[in-house]
Design a protein. Structure first.
Length: 148
């Protein structure tokens, strides 16, 4: 099952490799002038637990019912702030009902990176379980899972 999820994620990424926005659903108000992508290692560390922030900010019904894959592209600025740039929502909850832009931009914090960085996260909701993966992009491997 996990391999199927990773294959789906990588296929979705490969369809959009020439755009700054990795995913089709785009958000505005992110500074996208000159940033790097994580490539072979996780280069930006989270200060806050991403899954816990979602669980805390989603309404109780969403936490109980959400199933499926949510892929996110987040720009992390030099101060460690987040800006949600694009998403692919393959869950059973409408994107508008998740309020992701507000949650991520206001609640998700990172340790200061060396430079502005695009972080790609894939979150699979299985009911009582959640799986989070970080995805990198390199010329040798293309899109691939990053292991910390």
């Amino acid at each position: 099952m996990k391999n199927k999820v990773l294959i789906y994620i990588l296929l979705a990424f490969s369809l959009n490799t020439f755009a700054q926005d990795i995913f089709e659903k785009k958000f505005e108000n992110c500074d996208t002038e000159k940033f790097v992508m994580e490539s072979n290692t996780i280069s930006v560390k989270q200060k806050t637990d991403f899954v816990n922030i979602l669980a805390t900010n989603f309404d109780k019904k969403t936490v109980k019912e959400i199933r499926g894959l949510l892929s996110l592209q987040v720009i992390v600025n030099e101060e460690g702030g987040s800006c949600l740039l694009s998403i692919d929502n393959e869950t059973n909850i409408r994107t508008e009902d998740l309020n992701l832009k507000m949650i991520i931009d206001n609640e998700v914090k990172w340790y200061k990176p060396k430079e502005k960085t695009s972080v790609i996260l894939a979150i699979k909701f299985y009911g009582n379980e959640v799986e989070l993966k970080r995805i990198g992009l390199s010329s040798e491997k293309g899109f691939h899972e990053l292991i910390d």
